[in-house]
Design a protein around this ligand. Structure first.
Ligand code: 2RA
Length: 331
């Protein structure tokens, strides 16, 4: 069945990457409709060699025959328009955080919990970029050994903040600290402040990792803590992940084999030859790269990992397109 697809937020960084990923993966759409705010309406975008004119998003946008709509237009737009689209039979895959913790909305990483797609009310949530790459690496370990506790420390690219964050770094590196996006200069700095601070002293980004990991792995007993940091890198998030297992494991070779065979993972772990995941190498690709695997000698059974992925592709656009690919298998 040919699919009619909509991209909402088509002019944004993730929106444009949706179009690139749809082309890279030759997604089988028949008609494609591109929507954005009034300000971006009229702009031209291309996909699979064809040019599309961005239309202003209105409630009537979904009156035409659309099967799936990929949203990346901010939480407010998703809160308003996802229910309208869903009520008209459109399946929405939303990249904003608006619906992620809604109990009626599946939060899905296709390599990790595709079964969650079995039951939805036409709104499906794409997890936060920093969560997606982490759970792809954790899933095989969770299944093999059970997980007691996770400690996340992230080193997140400025593209996670969109064009404003990108520009702050670009200009900052030239000595112009605009601070249009961040409260401090990002060039030459590390900011332990992504999104807003909450009552418990964590940031929203840190609690997203805690809450989303539990929902995706379907285990509310998981003990998780996180520190998320913005670093002067343009693309790809890097993460130190410390994992305490329920069961013991034989040796690191066993862990490496598990990860090397895991869905969506590429093992890069040969420190003697300076081989470990790097943000620059991950950028523009879809796998989750894992390395620096070593036993945590302070635990009965635990390891440390270094996990890197392109935050705009696998962390957002590619994961959403993979959800759409999974959905159309049953259409
Ligand atoms: C960030 N993960 O990196 C958040 C949203 N993209 O800013």
């Amino acid at each position: 069945k040919k699919i009619n697809l909509a991209v909402v937020g088509a002019s944004g960084m993730v929106g444009r990457t949706f179009l690139k990923v749809l082309e890279d993966r030759d997604f089988p759409f028949d008609n494609l409709y591109c929507f954005a705010s009034k300000r971006s309406a009229g702009q031209k975008v291309t996909c699979k060699g064809k040019e599309y004119t961005i239309e202003e998003l209105t409630p009537e946008s979904f009156d035409r025959d659309i099967d799936i709509a990929l949203f990346s237009a901010g939480g407010d737009t998703s809160k308003t328009f996802a229910p309208i689209a869903a009520s008209k039979g459109v399946i929405v895959v939303d990249n904003s955080s608006a619906w992620r913790m809604d109990t009626t909305v599946p939060l899905v990483v296709p390599e990790v919990n595709p079964e969650a797609l079995a039951d939805h009310n036409n709104i499906i949530a794409n997890p936060n970029c920093s969560t997606i790459q982490a759970v792809v690496a954790l899933k095989p370990l969770y299944d093999a050994y059970g997980i007691k506790r996770i400690v996340y420390s992230t080193y997140q690219a400025v593209s996670g903040s969109g064009v404003k964050g990108y520009k702050d770094l670009e200009e900052g590196l030239k000595g112009n600290d605009l601070m249009a996006c961040y409260p401090h200069p990002i060039a030459g700095n590390c900011l332990p402040h992504i999104d807003v601070f909450l009552e418990n002293g964590y940031t929203k980004e840190e609690m997203k990792m805690v809450n989303e990991t539990r929902k995706i792995l379907n285990d509310q007993s998981l003990k998780i803590t996180a520190t998320t940091v913005r670093v002067p890198v343009f693309y790809s998030h890097s993460e130190s992940v410390n994992v305490e297992f329920e069961k013991d494991f034989k040796d690191i070779a066993e862990i490496k084999t598990l990860l090397a065979n895991a869905n969506g993972v590429i093992l890069q772990d040969d420190p003697e030859n300076n081989v470990y995941p790097l943000a620059k190498e991950a950028t523009g690709t879809d796998p989750v790269y894992v390395g620096r695997i070593r036993r945590d000698e302070s635990l009965d059974s635990g390891i440390n990992l270094w996990v890197v992925a392109d935050n705009i592709r696998k962390g957002a656009a590619t994961n959403a397109v993979q959800i759409a690919e999974t959905l159309i298998q049953n259409m």
